[in-house]
Design a protein around this ligand. Structure first.
Ligand SMILES: *[C@@H]1O[C@H](CO)[C@@H](O)[C@H](O)[C@H]1NC(C)=O
Ligand SMILES: *[C@@H]1O[C@H](CO)[C@@H](O)[C@H](O)[C@H]1NC(C)=O
Ligand SMILES: *[C@@H]1O[C@H](CO)[C@@H](O)[C@H](O)[C@H]1NC(C)=O
Length: 302
């Protein structure tokens, strides 16, 4: 039996035999590695043995200019270590534990006892606050977790520029877009000449379609434009700046615009016809003015 196994081994390449012995010794090997870890990497945070970051918390944060931003760092198994926040731009130590270490009053360390969250609060966020922030655990060596902050100013725009020229009777179609808002505007109102548009006004024919998402669009449709529909229209998102457009209603029927040349021609023809009749009337009147009965009739002709 043993001779059979040995014969098998003699046919195998040497490396496989080494592998076999390694597997046999794996128990001892694992023991050694555990010993190595406890002796030399005592402070090294490994899940289960030391503090570690809960990476399920978003590390990409978008804030609004002028508003408050919270950068959250969640640490498990912290023990007696401390958590600090460091700004990468200038390697500025902002907070250590529950203490704030910066003269900038907008920054503040926030932590509720017995919780795993160590928050850096930035009030009145500015564009220049955008960048990398590092949450550090005071192990030796310290370990860090990056949080990317982007401070944006939402942009509101009505597509089509500052003015819209539209024919009487056409539909006023205004599209307002809100970009870079950290969240969709909770509400979106429109105004006409500074007065909020009321959808059940006697004017009627006004509708609004708002699509919320990364990009919020709001479309105002005013059917069968009349001259009093002209003026300033504003789109007012509840969490961003307003945008405006001036609508001009041209006193021309859409049909007249489409057949502009034809109508001019027909108008010319009509004028010519009217002129000829007038001329004929004049000649006729002169020639027969003495016929009393006809005179009155021809007078109305001119
Ligand atoms: C975070 O933002 C960075 C840069 O803006 C981007 O490259 C990365 O894909 C983002 N990560 C997530 C999870 O959104
Ligand atoms: C944390 O506690 C351990 C003992 O449990 C001690 O050896 C270590 O020095 C302490 N570290 C700090 C930063 O207090
Ligand atoms: C309004 O204009 C947009 C393009 O700006 C177009 O996609 C949409 O169909 C228009 N709606 C109406 C009812 O004309």
């Amino acid at each position: 039996m043993l001779r059979k196994i040995l014969r098998k081994f003699s046919n195998m390449p040497t490396c496989l035999i080494i592998l076999f012995f390694l597997i046999l010794n794996s128990g001892a090997f694992a023991g050694n590695s555990r010993k190595f870890r406890t002796e030399f990497l005592q402070d090294f945070p490994t899940p289960g043995t030391g503090p570690y970051f809960d990476t399920t918390v978003s590390s990409n944060v978008t804030g609004l200019v002028g508003k408050t931003v919270h950068l959250v760092c969640k640490v498990k198994n912290l023990g007696n270590r401390t958590v600090s926040w460091v700004r990468h731009r200038d390697i500025h130590l902002l907070t250590v534990g529950r203490y704030t270490y910066t003269s900038d009053q907008r920054f503040e360390a926030m932590h509720s006892p017995h919780t795993e969250e160590w928050t850096l609060r930035i009030r009145y966020a500015q564009r220049k606050d955008s960048g990398i922030y590092e949450c550090q655990i005071s192990t030796t060596p310290p370990v860090g977790h990056f949080v990317y902050l982007t401070v944006v100013e939402p942009v509101t725009e009505i597509i089509g520029g500052a003015d819209l020229f539209i024919n009487k009777g056409s539909t006023i179609n205004l599209t307002c877009v809100v970009r870079f808002a950290p969240e969709a505007p909770p509400s979106m109102t429109w105004s006409h000449n500074r007065e909020t548009i009321n959808f059940d006004s006697p004017r009627g024919g006004i509708s609004l379609v708002t699509e919320k998402g990364v990009l919020t669009t709001s479309r105002l449709l005013v059917q069968k434009a009349i001259p009093s529909d002209s003026g300033l229209y504003q789109c007012l998102p509840s969490n961003a700046n307003p945008a405006s457009i001036r609508v001009h209603i041209l006193n021309e029927h859409p049909a007249a615009m489409h057949h502009g040349i034809a109508s001019t021609l027909s108008l010319g023809y009509n004028r010519l016809l009217l002129l000829s009749i007038t001329l004929l009337c004049y000649i006729y009147r002169r020639s027969i003015r003495w016929r009393h009965g006809h005179y009155i009739m021809l007078n109305s002709c001119i």
